[in-house]
Design a protein around this ligand. Sequence first.
Ligand code: SF4
Length: 342
Amino acid sequence: MNLLPLYHWYERNCRILPWRETTDPYRIWVSEIILQQTRVAQGLDYYMRFVARFPDIAALATAPEDEVLLYWQGLGYYSRARNLHKAARLLYQQGKSMPGTFEELRLLPGVGDYTAGAIASFAYNLPYPALDGNVYRVLARLFDSDTVFDTSQGKRFFHTLALSVLDQQNPRLCNSALMELGALQCLPGQPDCDICPLKTQCQAFEAGTVALLPVRKPRNSLQDRYLTYTIYIADSQTLIYQRQGKDIWHHLWEFPLKETDSPFAGETCSRYKDYIHVLSHRRLHARFLLRPVPSLEPFCRKLQSALPELRIVNLSDLSDYALSRLTQKAIEDLISASGLTT
Ligand code: SF4
C-alpha cells in the first residue's frame, strides 16, 4: 500500500495533542489508558490533570488508590485506573522504569496488545501495529473485509492485515496516521470518501460496501439490576460507604444501597429520582431517595454491620470522595437542587 498520500493528509490534518508531542512512554501509557472508551475531547482534560498530579511512575505509585480514583472520577471503567496504579506500583517496587519492549509492556496489568503496540510504536518507534476501533474500521474498509473483528479469530486476522500495511521504517507515523484517519475521516456510517487520501486504494469504496463495514459480533443482551440508594441527611451531613468486593464501581463511595432482583417495590419518599444508567454489560435501574432524618447516628449503627466502611461525612466534603458518575448526578439533582450545601 502506498502510504504517502496518508502521510501528507496527516501532516495537514492531525490534531495537536499533548501525548503526540512527547515520546515519554509513561505519558503515552497514561493517555492510551484514559482514551480507551473515552473520546479525545473528554479525555484531554483528565489527561492534563492526571499527569500534572502524577507526572511519573514514582508519583503514581506512591499515591493512595483513593486519590488516583478521584482523578479518574467521571471517566468510568475504573478498573483502568486501578490497573494503571497497580502496574506503576509493581514497577516502582522493583526499581524499574517503563519497559522498552512490546513483550515486557504486555506483562503490565491492564496492558493488552493494543496498548502495548501503541506505547512501543509511539514511544520507541518499534514496528508493532496499534489496532484500536478506528483502525479496525479503516482496515476493514481498505481491504473490503467482512470478517467479524471483535473475536479472537478476527483480531488475529486484522493483526496480520495491519502488519502488511505497517511502515517498518516509521511505525510511529504510520500508526498515528491510520488512527487519525479513522478518527477524523473514515468515520462510522457513510464517510465523505471523495476527500479521502486513500480513496484510490480503498477496496470498500470501489465495491460500494463502505457503510456495511466493519462487521462486529452481535451484542449480548444487557443484565438488568435494580438499586435503591437512600441519601440520609441531617445537619448538612450524610452517610456514605466504600464499595467492596469484585463488582461494578469497586472501591468507589456511594450512599447506602439496597439491591433487589426486581423493580422497586414501594420504595419512595417525598423526594426521589429514578435513573437508568447503562454500563458495558449492565443496565442499572437506580432510585435515589432523599431522606432527611433528625440524626444520622441510629442509621449509622443499624447499617454498619452490613456496610463496615460506612461513615458520616459533611455534604460539602462529598467532592473529596471518588464517586460514580451516577452518584454524582444524583447529588446534583437531589442535594444541590434542594438547596442543601455541597
Ligand atoms: S475511501 Fe472512504 S471508506 Fe475508504 S478509507 Fe477512505 S474514508 Fe474510509
